[in-house]
Design a protein around this ligand. Structure first.
Ligand code: DON
Length: 525
């Protein structure tokens, strides 16, 4: 996980004989305490489970648009976007899914009681934990949001000063909320006192959340999206998640011998960039909540379709993205990914989020948890980008009860019936390209999991026409050669955090914490 205390919580559950699902649920609650930028009760996400018996399931606890939401709710009278409206405060908040999702996973696939898996989080919140360097970095991601008094009261020392390394962060209100959930289950969150506070505060501050929104929220069990890559089975997030984008890129790249063309060579990177471009075009054109829109999944995922895309990729020249769509990208830093495997081979891959760092920047009453701003993942206005620069189509416009399209792609790679890699990442629109590089680093280039996780990345999603590169991702001569082919590069310090586990042929599990987030730790026994 991206936070050491939470990794230890998962480890203890496994040590005491809990299974990977128990540990994943316990970690989900623990991160809500120890990684408050990202871990959450007030957001949503996806949990991909592959059981040791080979069955798999995808738990969709993505937030939904409130029933009173409308397609134009973030526009002024002239049809222009009201800046920040879909990102800050109660109008940005979608109906949270995390508590229902974690509970569904536990009841159906876990072996421990709610009390047992939530107890460690209650202790971390009530007794507090000592903040390390990485934890201070997490708190710093709150930026302007600490201006809200409900946030300052918790995430500033005595409500006024930034916390420092060595300080103890105690979250009494959150401990009480967690205790209530441990006792009463999701009902207290969605129906009881906690939900009532969320609705009351939302009303008071101009939001549209209702008791009915909370009461009717359901986490869903879906079939994972499946594709294959060079003989490996890829299990990943179906729509509204980001797995489609991952599979589209893999299908296109499968037609090239990436080993022969050389790791990060000019020709190899050119192919990756073209695959990224076309996959994001399709994402932004066709994808939305499958309950609301028809997605031509079968056609998009067919080998013929991938071959037809490859035909459009010139060998030595960048594809001009302008005819397709426009996008830019900015990192949000507010999501978190973790991976779990137990001794029997049950594997769990979880990405969950409150969208922007510290979400909508509001905490209702004394509930102690930050609410999401997932509404910004919808289209506020056709043709206008969201915070990740994604310009998306009608399929992802706002409708009551609909889930916004997500890039989150928790993924499990299987070979001959055995799990070989559990991966995923935060990073908004960069998530699918991070997962792609995790898979190709492992399968095409034989990297260890630590190398694959920490190798500098590149990302491309179309327009404006620039490729993001982390320091040292590409050799200067490769960048120069690609510039000649028509690509533009933009250095970017870092993005994502792909906490992953690899399983080798001797059935040894190796975890790797992503060094981009300093508080992370891989733990095992
Ligand atoms: O679901 C999505 O695609 C976004 N809400 C994820 C945001 C994110 O990853 C920000 N993180 N670092």
């Amino acid at each position: 996980t991206s936070q050491g205390e939470a990794s230890r919580v998962g480890l203890e559950i496994l040590r005491k004989g809990g299974n990977a699902i128990d540990a994943a649920v316990a970690v989900g609650y623990a991160l809500a305490v120890t990684e408050p930028c990202c871990g959450n009760l007030g957001g949503g996400g996806f949990m991909l489970i592959r059981l040791a018996n080979g069955e798999s399931v995808f738990i969709n606890f993505r937030e939904t648009a409130p029933l009173a939401a409308t397609a134009n709710m973030y526009l002024d009278r002239n049809g222009e976007i009201i800046p920040g409206r879909s990102r800050n405060g109660y109008l940005a908040v979608a109906v949270p899914g995390t508590v229902r999702g974690l509970d569904l996973a536990l009841q159906k696939y876990g072996t421990r009681s709610r009390q047992q898996v939530i107890a460690p989080a209650i202790a971390l919140a009530g007794q507090g934990f000592i903040l390390g360097t990485g934890d201070i970095e997490i708190l710093r991601r709150s930026g302007e949001k600490l201006k809200d008094p409900s946030m300052a009261a918790i995430f500033l020392k005595n409500g006024s000063k930034p916390y420092e390394v060595g300080d103890r962060l105690v979250q009494k209100n959150l401990a009480r909320t967690l205790t209530q959930i441990a006792r009463g289950g999701p009902a207290v969150f969605y129906g009881g006192e906690i939900g009532a506070q969320v609705v009351a505060e939302s009303r008071k501050q101009g939001g549209i959340l209702s008791a009915e929104d909370l009461d009717t929220y359901q986490a869903l069990e879906q079939e994972p999206l499946q594709c294959t890559y060079r003989g490996y089975d890829i299990l990943t997030a179906p729509p509204p998640g980001g797995g489609m984008t991952v599979c589209l890129m893999l299908n296109i790249l499968q037609g090239y011998d990436l080993k022969a063309s050389g790791f990060r060579s000019t020709d190899t990177v050119h192919r990756f960039l073209a695959a990224m471009l076309f996959a994001y075009v399709d994402r932004n054109t066709y994808l939305g909540d499958p309950k609301f829109v028809q997605i031509p999944l079968e056609r998009l995922l067919s080998a013929e379709y991938a071959a037809s895309i490859r035909e459009k990729i010139p060998t030595k020249q960048a594809v001009d993205p302008r005819p397709f769509y426009q996008t830019i990208i900015r990192e949000g830093d507010s999501t978190t990914h973790y991976s779990v495997i137990d001794r029997t081979g049950n594997a769990v891959s979880v990405t969950y989020t409150i969208n922007s760092s510290f979400g909508a920047g509001v905490i209702a009453g004394d509930t102690g948890f930050v609410l999401n701003n997932e509404m910004d993942d919808f289209v506020s206005k056709l043709g206008s980008p969201n915070q990740f620069g994604l310009i998306q189509g009608r399929a992802n416009r706002i409708e009551p009860g609909k889930r916004p399209l997500s890039s989150m792609s928790p993924t499990i790679v299987v070979k001959n019936g055995q799990v070989v890699l559990i991966t995923g990442s935060p990073g908004g629109s960069t998530i699918p390209t991070t997962v792609l590089q995790m898979i190709t680093h492992t399968i095409d280039y034989g990297m260890t999991v630590a190398e694959a996780v920490n190798y500098p990345r590149f990302h491309y999603q179309g327009m404006p026409d620039r490729v993001l590169i982390e320091p040292n991702a590409l050799a200067p001569k490769v960048v120069a050669a690609l510039e000649k082919r028509g690509y533009t590069f933009q250095p970017f310090p870092k993005w994502g955090s792909a906490e992953s586990i690899a399983v080798d042929r001797s059935r040894t599990f190796t975890g790797a914490a992503d060094q981009r987030r300093n508080a992370g730790e891989a733990r095992g026994f």
